[in-house]
Design a protein around this ligand. Sequence first.
Ligand SMILES: [Zn+2]
Length: 372
Amino acid sequence: MKAQRLVLLLLVLALVVGLEAVLMTHLNGQTASAPVTPSPEPTVEPTQGPTPTPVLDLEKTKPNEAGEIPILMFHRFVDELDPNETYSDDFKRYTQSFSYLRELLQRLYDMGYRVTTMNDFLRNEIKVEAGYRPIIFTFDDGAASQFSMIEQDGQLVVNPDCAAAILLEFYEKHPDFGIGATFYVNLGTATFYEDRSEGPQLAGTLQQRLQYLVDHGFEIGNHTYTHYSLPNAPDAETIIQEVGHNQAAMYEQIPDYTFTSLSLPYGSVPSELFSNLISGTYEGVMYENLGIVEVGWDPSVSPVNPDFDPYSIHRVRATGFLAEDCDFEWWLEHERDPVYISDGDPNTVTVPEAYSSLVDQSKLGDKQLRIY
Ligand SMILES: [Zn+2]
């Protein structure tokens, strides 16, 4: 049984890694999480998010902050597939319709999921309301269908036909769902832009596009400067250049925006070069990734789990036109125990007694552990 499972995972991994390699027709995306704002002083009125509940009804909310969190990985979107065209399976695995995204958001909302951000996850500052389940959205490669802008009546506005517009629209109707996603970009390639032969022309400068995302609660993350195939890196310099140049390019657009996480294009790097992904200096520009996210095939363990490795964060591929085992719809049907249920208070980690072995106390930092 264990062997079968291992074989399945290896197959899926091989498939997923291979796919992204084939795919490199430039899908871009990333989950933007809200820009890291310094935590407000305790005396300052909280601006958003759940108010810590002094008395939590544990039996009612059943929090389990040792549980798993899905981190969805999206690539690109279309209105629908053209019945007269042939698409590769890779295209169909990594592409879904805008209407699917709309329907998915409603379903997640109804199931009790609430949005958290990569930055909050990395810092174990999850602010989801008590009794609800955090979910993180990531978009790799900076595709225009993830986010783009158009001109309307002389104004630069978000293109209604993009994933970010759909997230913002849903948030407007359901503010308690939350907003956030991390967009992992390659600033050496076309980012949130493409030339179009029909439909509204895309508009705005790269700076305006990135700034719009940051101003609307999204995060930008590093996906290397040119979507470089990291497993092929011959030396440390190549990695430093790919990761550092992207940060340098980001500073040219938004001078104080520092990436805090990296999404690996294609896969990992040889272990002797891995430390260069975590931190380095490129032409005087320093970078440091608190987290490194993988292509992945399963939900992430909690940040306090003994197995949690911030440099190997698992993600789940959002289900495309071609659904497959271990993509997100599959996981919704094959839920793995335990799932993460928030206690509503980012300062405490609340875990049922039966799951207390899933907490590594050295990962608690200044959080208070509550076992019930
Ligand atoms: Zn990519």
